[in-house]
Design a protein around this ligand. Structure first.
Ligand code: ZN
Length: 671
């Protein structure tokens, strides 16, 4: 599971920085954080501090793991929609060979569209899941296609034009609308030619409720109908995505030569076995070996991992993150982990749903070296894996906070005008200035280290019982655990905070975001769809409503502008605890109806008046609603015999240059 950046409003354009700050940033950091800005997106760069201090073997290991990471890019594109790769190739061919006016309105709009598609890993917005709307004309695209050399003209130009211009065609990547056939109405490529009930029947026939160690059904396959029969096409060597998977394996096989120890060597070899066979049992074995390797400095994720892109929450989107431990910053998460049992025992959850023994919650702060697949360009700031419930219960989970990413967000956010516009008063703004960075990081640590790993299912409860609402409720559970404990004196006692009121910074920002400012990401008239946004809205709206009798939280209108005011922080904490207890019950018992009711009532519908106001106020700030990253470039230095003697890292690559290079050098499925 992932924790994506919830510092909405933290985004900033270079132009929003004051001149003095830009100079300061240059002098102090000598680092240019902003790589590009278009549509609702800002693309940043991140530094990889500590890379040059690694040993040569560790650098080689990281180098080959980053190559393995980049080789999977096309898999995700194809998973997202079956036309993505063909369209990307067409648009890039036009972009690189265009001989007309590159400053003309049509070409600029075309370029913006291509940049959006690169960012979404396909034709749909990475967050809203809606298809991008082109601002250039159909005739522009038709004549650009005609100008291509014959060898680069697509065989089915009309279909490509339909993909771009027909708003009804493959309109939404993941549809979560209650009552619809979620498979038929979703445009992802995880299923083809099958209905939701056919898929559900197919998997139900496979599931055995007495199996205490079930594989993650459907994690690595596409479900289609062949000769009237529902079948899985497995992602593996010789199966679906074979060419890309073979390239991944090739680089993993190089990486394994530089493994730091036997445990890590076994992890990589097991992953190769899984990719070769497609056997989900091998993936479980790999996950267990991976979670138990806590000594290696270098670590990585590479596989079909998160299932947010599947409306049924089964198939994993391909992703990879290569990273190494930040030893100094990891002290914070180690303290939290060492006290995991205390947190579990003292939570407001019913004792029937608590773990008697919280096992192996390992936590560390890491430095990302590369982001790929579903983690690129938009990326999580915290990760907790593996996702299989029984493995988490029996072997624990590995939890990380990606601090060079949160630092880049923070550095790029200073002085963007957000607090002045939306925070109710100066004392509250000062509270945020003083304590938001640390409490936000702690919130992520608690969410990932403890939140997802806490609690237990009652025996026999289907882990997929909450169906389409499972992701939202799971994120809410982890967030509530973190919110509840942020205010606990235990954090001061453990030396993690130096002020018992520090938590108020995160509480204020959380409600401001959940009730108001995250609406800037939603188009007028649309519902909230994405699981993390739904989770924040659910929590915020619920505590607002339940706190009404005591006026815990209120909306205050000043000069026609709406603000959030928190009147009683202690009672607010109590409400977080109550909701945590209820959502844990829902998860432990698999109470689908209660979960659905919470989501439908609190997490989806938007107040149009408040929504318009938020959009209007944001429009004056030129803050990008979404941010992502370009990767650094790793270049091996070789001696006369071709041996790698060092790996150099550079940061200067532009966004479009990086995308075009990846399409050229790491595109095993389009050649
Ligand atoms: Zn999470």
């Amino acid at each position: 599971m992932v924790n994506i950046n919830n510092k909405i409003g933290g985004a900033v354009m270079a132009v929003a920085l004051s001149t003095s700050m830009m100079v300061m940033a240059k002098e102090n950091k000598n680092f240019n954080y902003v790589a590009d800005r278009f549509a609702d997106i800002e693309v940043l760069r991140y530094e990889v501090p500590g890379f040059n201090d690694l040993s040569l073997n560790q650098k080689k290991l990281i180098y080959y793991l980053t190559e393995a990471a980049l080789m999977g890019r096309d898999i995700l594109w194809d998973q997202n929609n079956k036309y993505n790769l063909e369209l990307r190739q067409l648009l890039e061919n036009i972009y690189t060979s265009y001989s007309g006016d590159k400053n003309g309105k049509e070409f600029k709009a075309f370029e913006k569209y291509l940049k959006q598609i690169w960012f979404g890993n396909g034709i749909h917005h990475h967050y809203s899941m809606d298809k991008f709307v082109p601002e250039f004309s159909e005739s522009f695209l038709r004549s650009a296609i005609k100008s291509l050399p014959a060898s680069k003209r697509p065989a089915n130009a009309d279909l490509m034009i339909k993909v771009v211009f027909d708003p009804e065609f493959v309109a939404k990547r993941v549809n979560q609308a209650e009552g619809a056939d979620l498979i038929v109405t979703s445009a992802n490529n995880l299923y083809d030619g099958v209905t939701q009930s056919e898929v559900e029947n197919y998997y139900n026939a496979m599931k055995d409720s007495t199996d205490l160690t079930p594989v993650s059904y459907g994690l690595n396959s596409r479900v289609v109908k062949e000769n009237g029969k529902v079948v899985e096409q497995t992602y593996k060597v010789g199966g679906l995505y074979s060419n890309a998977i073979s390239k991944i394996i090739e680089n993993l096989s190089e990486a394994v030569k530089y493994a730091e120890n036997d445990k890590q060597r076994n992890v990589i070899n097991k992953l190769i076995e899984y990719y070769t066979t497609g056997n989900l049992k091998a993936f479980d074995d790999y996950s267990i070996m991976w979670v138990e390797d806590t000594d290696s400095k270098v670590d990585f994720i590479n596989g079909f991992i998160e299932s947010y892109g599947d409306p049924l929450g089964m198939t994993g989107a391909w992703e990879s993150i290569v990273n190494f431990k930040n030893d100094e910053a990891s002290h914070r998460t180690e303290v939290i982990s060492e006290n995991a049992q205390w947190f579990e025992d003292n939570s407001p959850v019913d004792s029937r749903f608590k773990k008697d023994k919280v096992k192996g919650v390992s936590a560390k702060v890491i430095t990302a070296a590369i982001l790929a697949g579903d983690a690129y360009p938009a990326t999580p700031i915290g990760i907790n894996l593996p996702n299989a419930n029984w493995i988490r219960a029996a072997h624990g989970s590995k939890s990380v906070t990606i601090e060079n990413i949160t630092e880049a967000y923070d550095e790029a956010s200073h002085g963007n005008g957000f607090n002045e516009e939306f925070v109710i008063d100066k004392p509250t703004a000062k509270l945020l200035d003083d304590y938001l960075f640390i409490t936000d990081n702690l919130h992520t640590d608690l969410h990932e280290c403890l939140g997802h790993g806490s609690g237990k299912m009652l025996p026999g409860v289907d882990p997929d019982a909450l169906k389409a609402h499972g992701s939202t409720l799971e994120e809410a559970r982890a967030d509530l655990f973190a919110l509840y404990y942020l205010a606990d004196p235990k954090l001061v006692e453990l030396g993690l905070l130096d002020n018992k009121d520090a938590y108020k910074a995160e509480y204020y920002k959380y409600l401001l975001n959940g009730l108001m400012t995250q609406l800037m990401r939603i188009e007028p008239g649309k519902d909230v769809e994405e699981a993390h946004m739904r989770n924040r809205k659910l929590i915020s709206e619920w505590v607002f409503e339940k706190g009404k009798p005591d006026n815990v939280v209120e909306y205050v209108v000043r000069n026609g502008k709406t603000y959030i005011q928190i009147n009683d922080y202690e009672k607010l904490r109590g409400l977080f605890g109550r909701l945590l207890s209820e959502i844990q019950r829902i998860k432990s018992e698999g109470d689908y109806e209660a979960g659905r009711d919470l989501v439908e009532k609190y997490a989806v519908k938007v107040d149009p008046k408040l929504h318009n106001e938020v959009l209007e106020r944001y429009s004056h700030l030129s803050i990008a609603p979404y941010r992502g990253f370009v990767n650094p470039v790793y270049v091996p230095v070789k001696d006369a015999n071709g041996n790698i003697t060092d790996v150099k890292i550079t940061y200067g690559e532009g966004y479009a240059d990086q995308m075009l290079r990846y399409s050229r050098d790491y595109s095993p499925l389009t050649k």
